[in-house]
Design a protein around this ligand. Structure first.
Ligand code: ATP
Ligand code: MG
Length: 608
């Protein structure tokens, strides 16, 4: 099954071959050429892939005019075109490993179609505990196995929306789970909540190894717990939070030392108790009110320029500790009134330093003054926490997430981003802490959908979870923490973090900015593969990096479990709308008829 002969200049990484119309292999087809190693006096079969096919004619070249071409075509009935293919060398097998040839093939050598069994040796065999991801894009009968060891260096799944990322990740996770993996999925779109059921609602073989944790939200249109086969509540124990964590979650700036002192004081006061956020808030209010003293009258948020002026004037004369504190608190509040957005970076750094300098000499007394002042401002932050539904007296135990052969889906749908960031941050930090202090009994795979939101690149974009994700990306593999980042905007994700994902599954991607981001982050991607990305269909992928022996184009295989997600079926919605209109019309008709009959009955009665 010769498909051509090597011609022209031959390099170790690329060669051209001439073929004809009948036998020309299609683009992306796998072909084989022989390469001789003169030092070792051996020959080996090198696998290559057709990257380009060019058709030309010596007779009909571009220098000819229209009439000349017409005359030539009149005289000869057929003209033999020249078909030249370009192929990229992928390597040859030396036992189980793929090596890159150090010699080029020779012009004149035959080019043959790669037999299935050779391709199987390349892509489906000798991969210990391989993950069957699908088949070669142009050879249905050659499966592609991913090497789980390649996941040690993290993986990214990248494609534009709708290309099939979540489906693909589902396929991988089903296999990884059955191989024994401990997996935690952060799922902002409920894409994985149905993994215990297939599309026909039948139970999947790994159903009892899937645990779905959901936050109590009252989001409309949510997939019900029944539909997913039951769920556990994802709650956080508020009293187990450190002050630092509360600050990070609510966005209390580093410079807001008073607020932090207030929180710390409340935290210390309540230490050892199992308290809820509203109890914490009450404690903060108590501290704030302590500063208000008797003449505050419980109103601790006075505003307006008059109040400020009078307090400033009387400040030096005040002997009373509480009154001084109260005045200081007023100053704090007033700073906010100077146009600083209170909800976010509330405290201006200009305001903070002079005050703390002034008070540093006062020792312990000033600390409580600061705390009292801070407490008044802390209230609105803590109030924000009391409105969140994730608090409970139970916390999902870390050990549950570390169980062998266990897939934990943390459903983050319908929750504000500051909470999802907090949850991702908290879970990752807790596991990081466990991994670095006690060590993990087995590796844990984290899947992070919408990764660009949690570890954004560029300036301005922030996420509370970014720090720990970057840390795990750069050091996690030493401790058995492996990331699978999923994103539709590679251009918006933190570049170094993306580069740490040595394995990549890239699907259809048309945006040039995103393609550039991939080019910059991936060593393995060639111009040829990049150019192929816009042409991929849904469910087709380019796979690169240590999870595969050589870069490969794959048609993703079948996923057993049903996909979640909350996409509205527009066709069905429109259908429903149409039938609603029909029903409406019929109802109106019936009503009218009824009204008419009533009238006639009444008329008849009258007549009678
Ligand atoms: N390999 C596949 N075989 C069959 N159907 C697929 C395959 N891949 C994707 N699909 C279907 O295509 C649609 C989009 O897939 P999916 O939700 O995985 O895309 P996505 O890249 O995750 O999109 P988004 O960015 O919106 O999350 C789904 O309806 C899915 O069922
Ligand atoms: Mg998706």
């Amino acid at each position: 099954n010769t498909v051509g002969y090597v011609v022209g200049e031959v390099r170790t990484d690329e060669f051209t071959f001439v073929t004809n119309r009948e036998i020309a292999p299609p683009r992306l087809e796998y072909i084989v050429v022989q390469v001789q190693d003169p030092e070792r006096a051996i020959q080996y079969d090198v696998l290559a892939q057709v990257t380009k096919l060019a058709v030309s004619s010596r007779l009909l070249d571009t220098s000819l005019s229209y009439n000349e071409v017409a005359q030539i075509l009149n005289r000869i009935s057929t003209s033999q075109p020249i078909i030249v293919g370009t192929a990229q060398v992928l390597g040859y097998l030396d036992g189980r490993t793929v090596r890159y040839p150090r010699h080029a093939t020779m012009p004149g050598n035959p080019v043959t179609q790669a037999p299935d069994d050779l391709l199987k040796r390349f892509f489906s065999q000798d991969v210990e505990s391989g993950i069957d991801i699908g088949s070669l894009i142009n050879r249905d009968n050659v499966n592609v196995l991913l090497n789980p060891n390649g996941l040690r260096r993290h993986m990214a799944v990248i494609a534009q929306t709708g290309a099939g990322k979540s489906y693909t990740v589902g396929v991988i996770l089903e296999k990884l789970l059955q191989l024994g993996g401990s997996i935690v999925i952060f799922d902002p779109n409920s894409d994985y909540v149905k993994m215990r059921r297939d599309e026909s609602m039948r139970v999947t073989p790994f159903a009892d190894r899937v645990e779905v944790y959901r936050m109590p939200t009252n989001q409309k249109g949510r997939i019900s717990d029944d539909e997913i086969g039951g769920a556990k509540k994802f709650t956080m124990k508020f009293s187990a939070l450190e002050v630092e964590e509360i600050c990070a979650m609510t966005g209390i700036p580093e410079a807001s030392t008073n607020i932090r002192k207030a929180l710390q004081t409340a935290h210390d006061n309540l230490r050892g108790r199992d308290y809820a956020p509203h109890e914490f808030l009450r404690e903060i209010e108590r501290i704030a009110a302590a500063g208000g003293g008797s003449d505050a009258g419980g109103e601790w948020m006075p505003r307006g320029p008059e109040r400020k002026r009078s307090d400033q004037e009387s400040l030096p004369e005040m002997q009373d500790f509480h009154r001084a504190a109260y005045a200081k608190a007023n100053l704090d509040v007033d700073w906010e009134d100077f146009g600083v957005d209170a909800s976010d970076d509330a405290e201006t750094p200009i305001a903070a330093p002079p005050r703390s300098e002034k008070n540093n000499g006062d020792g312990g007394k000033s600390l409580s003054l600061d705390a009292i002042a801070g407490a008044q401002k802390a209230i609105k932050y803590v109030e924000r926490l009391t409105r969140v539904d994730i608090w409970g007296f139970e916390q999902v135990p870390i050990q549950d997430l570390l169980r062998p052969m266990n897939l934990a889906v943390i459903d983050l749908a319908g929750v504000d981003s500051w909470i999802t960031e907090f949850v991702v941050d908290k879970v990752l930090r807790d596991l990081w802490g466990e991994a670095t202090t006690n060590g993990l009994p087995r590796p844990v795979f984290f899947v992070l959908e919408e990764a660009h939101n949690f570890v954004p690149g560029g300036q301005g974009a922030k996420s509370q979870a970014a720090y720990i994700i970057k840390r795990i990306a750069s050091e996690g593999r030493k401790f058995g923490l492996f990331l699978v980042l999923v994103t539709q905007r590679p251009y918006k994700i933190h570049g170094d973090t993306l580069s740490q994902c040595n394995s990549q599954i890239i699907m259809r991607l048309t945006n040039p900015q995103d393609q550039l981001a991939i080019k910059q982050s991936s060593e393995g991607i060639s111009e040829g593969l990049l150019a192929d990305l816009p042409g991929l269909n849904v469910g087709e992928a380019v796979i690169l990096g240590p999870i595969v022996r050589v870069p490969v184009m794959v048609r993703i295989g079948h996923r057993l479990s049903a996909q979640g997600g909350n996409d509205i079926d527009v066709v069905k919605a429109l259908e429903d709308a149409r039938s609603a209109v029909v029903i409406d019309k019929r109802e109106r008709q019936v009503k009218q008829e009824r009204a008419q009959t009533k009238k006639t009955e009444w008329l008849e009665e009258l007549d009678a």
